[in-house]
Write a protein that binds this ligand. Structure first.
Ligand code: AMP
Length: 113
């Protein structure tokens, strides 16, 4: 999508610190980390957010969770991690391309503020 910052990152038009890539998804470190380890995993297909996930496109979500589990193992996140997908204004979504935050490396508060 033309004006989507994450589509531009996937296309290599905006630089990113890549963690992982395959045919379906792209993972890169968050520019404003909220934990010692904070990366994002995004589908290469432009999906505007969690509320745009449907029966037609939901296979990418399962794939992304499998990728996250693999990356967590490779990165040694033995103490656990959190996966977050924000949707809309109240959910705190600021980029309109589905993305999964992976946060680790410190104890994370619950419930979130
Ligand atoms: P959200 O607020 O859930 O939509 O998350 C968007 C995330 O994208 C934020 O944590 C930002 O720090 C991150 N972000 C925005 N632009 C970039 C970028 N160019 N490279 C890496 N992370 C970014």
């Amino acid at each position: 999508m033309a004006d989507c910052i994450f589509c531009k990152i996937i296309a290599g038009e905006i630089p990113s610190k890549k963690v992982y890539e395959d045919d379906v998804c792209y993972a890169f470190y968050d520019a404003a980390p909220q934990a010692p380890v904070h990366f994002l995993v995004v589908p290469k297909e432009h999906i505007s957010g969690p509320s745009a996930v449907s029966e037609q496109n939901c296979a990418v979500v399962g794939h992304i969770y499998a990728v996250i589990a693999k990356l967590a193992g490779e990165l040694g996140l033995k103490n656990g991690y959190r996966v977050v997908a924000n949707d809309g204004a109240d959910g705190g979504q600021t980029v309109g391309h589905l993305h999964f935050h992976v946060l680790a490396g410190r104890s994370l508060a619950w419930p979130p503020g």
